[in-house]
Design a protein around this ligand. Sequence first.
Ligand SMILES: CCCCCCCCCCCCCCCC(=O)SCCNC(=O)CCNC(=O)[C@H](O)C(C)(C)COP(=O)(O)OP(=O)(O)OC[C@H]1O[C@@H](n2cnc3c(N)ncnc32)[C@H](O)[C@@H]1OP(=O)(O)O
Ligand SMILES: Cc1cc2nc3c(=O)[nH]c(=O)nc-3n(C[C@H](O)[C@H](O)[C@H](O)COP(=O)(O)OP(=O)(O)OC[C@H]3O[C@@H](n4cnc5c(N)ncnc54)[C@H](O)[C@@H]3O)c2cc1C
Length: 593
Amino acid sequence: MEHAPKAIDVTNDVEMRTFNFFTMGIDGHPLGLHLDMAIPTILNNADEEQQKDWLPKAANREFIATYAQTEMGHGTNLKKLETTATYDPKTQEFVLNSPTITSTKWWPGNLGKSSNYAVVMAQLYTQGKCHGAHPFFVQLRDLNTHKPLKGITVGDIGPKFGMNTVDNGFLQFDHVRTPRRSMFMKHAKVLPDGRYVPPVHDKLNYSAMVFIRAAIVSGMAYHLLVTSTIAVRYSAIRRQGEITPGAGEVKVLDYQTQQHRIFPQLARGLAFRLSGQYIMKLYTQTMDDIRNGDISAVPDLHALSCGLKAVTTHHAALGLEQCRMACGGHGYSQASGFPLHYSVAVGACTYEGENMVMLLQTARHLMKIAKAIRAGQSPKSNKIVDYLFHKGPPKCLIDQAYDTNYRNVLESFEHLARRQTLEVYDKLVQLQQQGRNYEQAWNDCAVELCKATRAHVRTFLARTFVEEIDKISDLSIKSVLQDLLQLYLYYEVTECATGLLEDGFMTGQQHKYAKKKIYEALEKIRPNAVSIVDSFDFQDRELHSVLGRRDGNVYENLLKWAQSSPLNKTDVLPFHHKYLGKMMEEARQRSKI
Ligand SMILES: CCCCCCCCCCCCCCCC(=O)SCCNC(=O)CCNC(=O)[C@H](O)C(C)(C)COP(=O)(O)OP(=O)(O)OC[C@H]1O[C@@H](n2cnc3c(N)ncnc32)[C@H](O)[C@@H]1OP(=O)(O)O
Ligand SMILES: Cc1cc2nc3c(=O)[nH]c(=O)nc-3n(C[C@H](O)[C@H](O)[C@H](O)COP(=O)(O)OP(=O)(O)OC[C@H]3O[C@@H](n4cnc5c(N)ncnc54)[C@H](O)[C@@H]3O)c2cc1C
């Protein structure tokens, strides 16, 4: 008996995301910000009554909302946002206003044409006092005509580096009135008479950003695993040159340089995937804690999500580019899929907090820990940062036989993170003792502060990778993943070798040992590489790549792909005789004279 196809349940988040993903590709769609930021804001920042009203409608797509925070003049420094929401107790309304050109909201995804509502971040004024940026849920367009409401100017910001299926927009308010209850009131409130009730933690309004920063980690894993799948598969069919003269052309994947280019991206993709799961669990747990009145984990979550976001997006951008270059000329064609994946992935280096700014946020947290260490305090049973309090071995032991579960490699990462953190802390203190104020001293130390964050995040990623692989009980799977783990760890050792060699912790000999372990891992991974990427079970329609086809039939499909180009619809372009043809004809005539 035939069954009618099951309809998509639009209120089921996973079902809907999967559907969107396969039907609309990866560069975004009109519901992206609605699902990723507006709904999380409602969940975490609307009070019970507001949620009852907004959430079912949002889940049911009765409206489309976006997250409008960034302005033309300020994206990073939220304290300087210029949009105002001034409370008028007479009418119990807020008046939203964009006082300057630079206060124009600029960048929000799906704001330009799709959304009819927005979470708007605006400086809250009541009883003559500014209380900082707060979120408001504001209607922008008429629900029937979809025309902008009175006082609202809204539109698209134009083509971008990528993600051009998303209508990133601009928005201006000219004294637009919105009811008092359009302010998100779970944490802070404005009472009908205008009194302001502060939140228990003044950064709870930023929870949607924390959510996306955490989600980005898995997103970057996805991009890296997809692009390394393309590069591995293509390298397994591409033959070029000989290793043994006369033995015939080899698959380019047999070249050590090719493996060294691609396999670390695969390993990093897995590492990001495992840490992505960890941070998402931490996010969910922390949001539950907040609901129960416990905000103690907020700083840890914020610090870890900022650092992971910055490091994983940066490494994904570098890794994607390596995968592209590893595919030679065909990698530069849009048929490879790389331009699409690259332009989407690199946006994440900027959105949801510019990467340097994010590294510095984590460093802020590290400096507090350094202060506690220097004051002789004990660790507080915090799995993520406690290692900073402990003294590790005085010398690197990566080449010693005592290694169980890579403890000696992890100790090397811990050593570097600890040293970098404490050294930059000491420099901060010293500069202040020499007369610099804290902010000036901070700026003088900024590059070193970022290095401390990177070292700390490297330690976290590596430890999570080791711990998760250790939990696997299927030995055949475990052994393949252990090869990738070996590559990951020693590759990271060589990446931070300058820091490990700088203070004599690691010897030149040990550096050479790490390189040897990399080459050994590459060799072990090579025979399994295609099976590993096949096991991710990406569908061809996800890869968007002729080079990365699962069936390996690259060349015939590359030709078909080129032949289907609009330029090839006719043998002779319609305007040929008008321009190029005419030019050549005239030149020929002239040379005859
Ligand atoms: C297949 C692919 C899938 C991909 C995966 C999914 C992706 C899905 C696609 C999405 C598509 C694009 C979506 C883009 C959407 C936008 O880009 S939305 C706009 C995002 N904008 C930003 O991120 C702005 C960045 N700036 C900031 O977050 C803040 O201004 C800064 C830089 C953190 C500083 O904030 P501030 O208000 O000036 O704070 P300040 O007074 O300096 O106080 C700092 C204190 O607050 C704390 N703090 C600051 N922020 C927080 C926070 N959030 N929580 C807790 N504490 C905080 C600090 O730790 C510090 O604490 P203390 O050290 O003082 O104890
Ligand atoms: C694809 C995309 C989608 C986006 N979607 C949205 C959205 O949906 N909603 C939304 O509200 N916004 C969105 N944005 C905006 C985005 O969040 C901001 O662009 C981002 O937060 C960076 O802010 P900025 O543009 O002001 O950069 P700037 O802060 O001007 O950065 C410029 C440079 O200054 C440096 N810098 C700035 N401050 C400091 C500091 N304190 N210390 C050291 N260096 C500093 C930065 O590191 C950077 O190198 C999106 C952006 C992009 C690219």
